[in-house]
Design a protein around this ligand. Structure first.
Ligand code: C5P
Length: 219
C-alpha cells in the first residue's frame, strides 16, 4: 500500500557536496559522500515516484531506472539545475552539502606558489533551499540540518527561515551519524512535532523519511 502512494509524484533531491573551483586543478569542497541523498532517491523510486536527482561529485551510482540523475559540480550549477525542475516537483528534498562560499575569481591558470601567505577572497553562494522556500507554491519541502550545538532550536529556526515543511536533523554528537558513514541517526522536525529515530542504515533512514513525509502529504 505504502509503495503505491508516491507513484505519479515527482521527487526532486539534491545530494553530495559541491566543489568550488579555485583554479583549473584545485577546489574548495567537503566530505559529503552523497550516500543519504542517493538512498532517498532509490527509496522514492522504489515507491513509484519519478525522481530527479541532482548531485555534486560523488562515487555513488544509481540502480533504479526511474531516477533521472544530473551530475553538477558547483553550487551555482546545482542552483541552475534545481530551478529547471522545481516547478514540476511535488516533493523537494535538499540533502546536498552545498559549499557556503566560493572563490570570488577562478584563476585561469594554475596558481603558483610564491609568497608564504596567500589570501583567497570568497563570496557567499546562493542558498538553494532558501530560494526553493521563497518560490514554493505546491511543493512539500524538506531540508537537512547538521548542527553541533542547540540542535533542535537551530533546526527549528531553519525550518521557519527557509519556509520548510519538515527538517531532518542529523547530529554530529552521535557516533555513526553523518559524513561518509553508512548509518545515520535523525530527528524529524515539523512545526508541530519532533520525532526521534534510532541509529540505522541510511537506507532505513530513507524509509523513515518517506514513511513520515507520506503521512504529511497524502492525507
Ligand atoms: O543553512 P544550512 O546550510 O545549515 O542549511 C542546510 C540545508 O540547506 C540543507 O538542506 C542543504 O541542502 C540546504 N542548502 C542549500 N543551499 C545552500 C546551503 C544549504 O540548499 N547554499
Amino acid at each position: 500500500k505504502v509503495e503505491k502512494k508516491l507513484s505519479e509524484k515527482t521527487v526532486l533531491i539534491t545530494a553530495g557536496p559541491t566543489y568550488e573551483a579555485i583554479d583549473p586543478v584545485r577546489f574548495i569542497g567537503n566530505h559529503s559522500s552523497g550516500k543519504m541523498g542517493f538512498a532517498l532517491a532509490e527509496e522514492a523510486a522504489k515507491r513509484g515516484a519519478k525522481v530527479i536527482l541532482i548531485s555534486g561529485p560523488t562515487s555513488q551510482k544509481i540502480e533504479n531506472k526511474n531516477i533521472e540523475l544530473h551530475r553538477i559540480t558547483s553550487a551555482k550549477e546545482m542552483f541552475a539545475k534545481v530551478f529547471e525542475y522545481y516547478e514540476s516537483a511535488d516533493i523537494a528534498i535538499a540533502s546536498a552539502a552545498v559549499a557556503d562560499y566560493a572563490p570570488k575569481e577562478i584563476a585561469s591558470e594554475k596558481i603558483k606558489k610564491s609568497e608564504d601567505f596567500m589570501t583567497l577572497e570568497l563570496v557567499k553562494n546562493p542558498d538553494i533551499l532558501k530560494t526553493m522556500g521563497e518560490k514554493k507554491t505546491h511543493q512539500f519541502l524538506v531540508g537537512f540540518a547538521l548542527e553541533t550545538n542547540n540542535e533542535e532550536q537551530n533546526a527549528k529556526q531553519k525550518l521557519n527561515k527557509k519556509n520548510l515543511d519538515m527538517i531532518v536533523l542529523n547530529s554530529l554528537q552521535d557516533d555513526g551519524a553523518g559524513f561518509k558513514k553508512d548509518t545515520n541517526k535523525i530527528k524529524i522536525i515539523t512545526k508541530n512535532e519532533i520525532l526521534d529515530f534510532s541509529l540505522k542504515s541510511k537506507k532505513a533512514v530513507a524509509k523513515d523519511i518517506f514513511d513520515f513525509a507520506e503521512t504529511q502529504i497524502l492525507k
